[in-house]
Write a protein that binds this ligand. Structure first.
Ligand code: ADP
Ligand code: MG
Length: 566
């Protein structure tokens, strides 16, 4: 169909009930691009309609150098989504009821994450938008719709998606930054590092509710201690220096308010790439790092927390521990075991969000409460073993207990937002002031028994799954609370997780596959067919999805109250 066909259809339905908008669903040739009206909302107050614009690469004009590898392609797609967003902001608003006049693209925040909003291939560039088709009351406003579809959309394509109208330097900056960041992350392992924080990085954020960099005269750019400084040679930027955090057990110590948590938070976000100007572009962490915290109240389904917790009152079995309402310590133990089950090489803990009794039991307490009366093997007695037996490193913020000096390989002190390597000093103190703690761990290696999820409890056929915000998924009748899954950073990731769980339940949950095997199978599909594949609208506008990590998918499954495992 042509633009004229669309104009005629819109003319015909002017003033009719909103549902008549359904007549414009279909594919239209605009000459320079194609418009796909995939799904039309039934009501001006309902979720906006979904449309796509597809521009042939011949017209869009992006050189294959800009998307020749996965890092570059991700960067270019991210850049274009933001560029479309910027054009939308300049457009006047067509007024009306409900969502009338809305135009939206899912462009993401400070992170650069694979998302379904934009697709670049050798053949075309495709943007996936949501628009609120305009109405007066519940009657169709065709004139407004013509403005949006026949005037605004071509403008968006022209100014937002054609290389000739974009700033090529900015595009290259995006592409080079992401490529360098991915390269650096891929090199951490061979250098036996778990994280890198570049000299000059800006770690603090504007506020507790804004993820933008803090900008004022008091901001202290990151500067590595000499003893921990490492250098990388990046493909685009060349040499870069910064603090390399080695594998093993690392402690971040220092007085209150000296920047400990800020450093750890930057490291936990370092599993993602960041936009140029964020300040954390080269704060890079191994991709499978997991933030661990206490999370009392969460549900736990048959997790073997016995490496940390044994002999609970009433002879509760901790090798297959289930509860609807975990305590601080049992939730933290479950979080670690679940992270190990899906796979992780680095645990991140902050004393601010940990259960004290899970972290430490000092010598005096050991005297007062005998080993037999204390179910918890504190983390201090497992942390070294986790590295030596399981290859899992830990970075731990601990300003409150020097007992950890005995088990740490590297100790970094934050002072006035600057890091100092105090490993030797702390070890010397540990020699002088013996704690006389007894080590409480049994020497047995921690092994993880895979759990096999059952279909029952995951099946939501005929019911809805959706996410309201970053922290909640409505899964059929169940609600999954993700407030404490800190490395989930984008609402569209949460939406993707909801789709992934449904997709997995329909295809791969069979009572014989382990949770990890199931998640791995979904990621194989995503790798071969794209993230669109998990959407029920595969082949059309798949909705606004952004790629979560397997760790967060698993975290959501584990918090689903209807999950049952064999
Ligand atoms: P701690 O965990 O050591 O108590 P935080 O990391 O919570 O301290 O930091 C305390 C405050 O200092 C926060 O408001 C944070 O934004 C700010 N801050 C952290 N790092 C810097 C920095 N490099 N420059 C300026 N302010 C910072
Ligand atoms: Mg803190």
């Amino acid at each position: 169909m042509t633009i004229d066909d669309l104009r005629k259809k819109l003319d015909m339905i002017n003033g009719k009930g909103y549902k008549a908008y359904k007549d414009i669903q279909g594919e239209y040739d605009f000459g320079n691009f194609k418009l796909y009206i995939d799904y039309v909302q039934g009501d001006p107050f309902a979720t906006p309609s979904r449309i796509r614009v597809r521009v042939p690469q011949k017209i869009a004009g992006f050189d294959s150098e800009l998307y020749k590898n996965p890092s570059r392609k991700l960067a270019l797609e991210d850049f274009l989504a933001r560029s479309v967003f910027d054009v939308i902001k300049t457009l006047p608003v067509v007024k009306g009821t409900g969502h009338s006049g809305d135009i939206y693209i899912d462009k993401g925040g400070q992170e650069i994450i694979k998302r379904t909003a934009m697709v670049v291939t050798e053949e075309y560039v495709e943007a996936r938008l949501s628009i609120g088709l305009p109405a007066f009351g519940r009657r169709i406003n065709s004139k407004g719709a013509m403005t949006m579809l026949l005037d605004f959309i071509p403008k968006i394509v022209d100014k937002g998606l054609l290389k000739k109208n974009l700033n090529l330097n900015n595009i290259w900056q995006w592409v080079k930054t992401v490529e360098d960041a991915d390269y650096l992350r891929s090199k951490l392992k061979e250098r036996h590092l778990v994280a890198f924080v570049a000299d000059g990085s800006i770690l603090p954020r504007e506020s507790g509710v804004s993820d933008k960099p803090l900008k004022n005269e008091h901001v202290v750019p990151f500067q590595s201690p000499d003893s921990l400084r490492v250098e990388f040679d990046l493909p685009n930027r060349g040499k870069i220096t910064g603090m390399g955090i080695p594998e093993g057990v690392t402690l971040i110590v220092g007085g209150g308010y000296h920047g400990k948590s800020t450093l750890l938070q930057a490291i936990q976000r370092g599993v993602y790439n960041h936009i140029p100007g964020d300040g954390r572009e080269f704060v890079i962490t191994v991709a499978d790092a997991v933030k661990i915290r206490a999370e009392d109240g969460r549900r736990v389904e048959k997790v073997d927390i016995s490496p940390f917790i044994n002999n609970l009152p009433n002879k509760i079995d901790t090798t297959r521990f289930s509860t609807e309402n975990a305590s601080g310590s049992t939730s933290q133990a479950a979080n670690i075991v679940e992270a190990m089950e899906i796979g992780t090489g680095l645990l991140l803990l902050d004393e601010d969000t940990s259960a004290t009794n899970f972290m430490i039991r000092d010598a005096r307490m050991q005297q007062l409460i005998s080993r037999e009366d204390e179910p918890i093997t504190p983390f201090i007695d497992r942390v070294k073993q986790l590295y030596e037996d399981n290859g899992i490193s830990t970075i731990l913020v601990m300003g409150g207990s020097g007992d950890y000096f005995d088990v740490a390989d590297c100790i970094i002190k934050m002072h006035n937002y600057k890091p100092y390597d105090v490993t030797c000093q702390a070890k010397e103190i540990a020699q002088r002031f013996r704690t006389n703690r007894e080590i409480e761990a049994q020497t047995k290696k921690i092994t993880i028994k895979p759990r096999l999820p059952l279909k029952n409890g995951l099946d939501v056929r005929g019911k809805k799954v959706k996410s309201r915000d970053t922290d909640t998924i409505k899964y059929g009748y169940e609600e999954i609370e993700l407030d404490y899954v800190e490395q989930l950073v984008d609402k569209s990731q949460t939406s993707a997780i909801a789709e992934i769980i449904r997709y997995a339940a329909e295809r791969y949950v069979d009572g014989k596959s382990s949770l990890k095997q199931i998640v791995d199978k979904v990621y194989q599909d995503i790798n071969s067919k794209g993230l669109d594949v998990v959407s029920p609208f595969y082949g059309k506008h798949p909705g606004n999805l952004a790629l979560p990590r397997p760790q967060e998918v698993s975290a959501a499954l584990n918090r689903l109250r209807s999950l049952t495992v064999k």
